[in-house]
Write a protein that binds this ligand. Structure first.
Ligand code: FAD
Length: 284
């Protein structure tokens, strides 16, 4: 069970995304079969912006749980959802035997107008958690942001909402990706001072291509330290060397986290089993 992993002071989990097209499921299952051989404590499955593709999230989480016999955590966003939408996904998850969700607000989907966003039914992840607590038996975890959420007015307010999520029953927090461990250590210290005792899982994203910096990383709002920027500059014209250096950077981040007693590691593995395997071999 996911909750049992906190009896240990370390864990390893992966994040995958569901296939975009219906004919890509077989390939996604192969990716998952490979990831399963690395014995993760759980695998989490992302949820399309605004609830699009929620059926695919359920289907992939179900494969992880029922075919691979590995704990699955389904992400769930509420930004574009009605209460009925949420109940329908929760019902499908229950039917598939998935009992743990990462409850999120989500970002404004591209096709949603600002007016629709402002009038959304669930304002924040806390509203989703409140609703899920009332209507379902799901175990709930939530997100956190070592460099604060981009919309947060301050780190203190962001951490106060995190504490609210813990008080509402959030079992653990998975962090946004970060590249400077010092940010994570400072953040964990502040959460402890604020009374947060739920485990905080460090989200690590290995950067293996220049494209990733332009897309995922800029969307996350995470800062890129000079050491990592220098790697991109140095290997801009050498894809293989950039990949190797990016993997190496992630390995060093994880080893340092473990050395400092932060043993709960969540790899944003981008559905890349080979890369994930290389990292797992190096950190174990
Ligand atoms: P919230 O907790 O609602 O926070 C958003 C902002 O509002 C913050 O600034 C916070 O300080 C503030 N706030 C929080 N609660 C309250 C409150 N009660 N009242 C007033 N202000 C409040 N996106 C997807 O679309 N699909 C995914 O699968 C997905 N997975 C993710 C996994 C992880 C580990 C993380 C860190 C992020 C993920 N995201 C995903 C992105 C996420 O949806 C965005 O970062 C989104 O902008 C915020 O979601 P949240 O749940 O953190 O929001």
């Amino acid at each position: 069970m996911i909750r049992d992993m906190f009896e240990k002071n370390s864990s390893l989990s992966f994040e995958v995304f569901p296939p975009k097209k219906d004919d890509e499921f077989e390939n996604c299952y192969k990716v998952l079969d490979s990831l399963a051989t690395l014995n993760p404590d759980f695998i989490s499955v992302t949820y399309g912006a605004g609830g699009s593709r929620s059926k695919k999230t359920v289907e992939i989480a179900s494969y992880i749980k029922n075919n691979l016999k590995i704990d699955a955590m389904a992400h769930m966003t509420c930004v574009g959802s009605t209460q009925d939408d949420i109940l329908s996904v929760a019902g499908a998850l229950a039917e598939a035997g998935i009992d743990h969700v990462l409850a999120l607000r989500g970002d404004k989907p591209a096709l949603m107008s600002q007016e629709q966003f402002d009038k959304r039914i669930f304002d924040h992840a806390t509203d989703l958690i409140h609703f899920l607590n009332k209507k379902t038996n799901l175990n709930i975890s939530a997100s956190c942001y070592p460099e604060k959420h981009p919309e947060a007015i301050s780190m203190d307010s962001d951490i106060a909402f995190m504490k609210m999520k813990q008080d509402m029953g959030a079992k653990m927090f998975i962090s946004q990706l970060f590249f400077d461990n010092a940010d994570f250590y400072r953040f964990v210290e502040r959460t402890q001072r604020a009374g947060i005792t739920a485990p905080i899982v460090a989200g690590i994203m290995p950067i293996t291509s220049a494209k990733q910096i332009g897309t995922t990383v800029s969307l996350s709002g995470s800062s890129v330290p000079k050491q990592l920027a220098d790697i991109f500059a140095k290997y801009a014209d050498d894809k293989d060397a950039l990949r190797a250096a990016g993997i190496d950077y992630a390995i060093n981040q994880i080893l340092d986290l473990k050395k400092c007693g932060m043993g709960h590691i969540h790899i944003y593995c981008m559905n890349k089993p080979k890369m994930t395997e290389e990292i797992c071999q190096a950190i174990n």
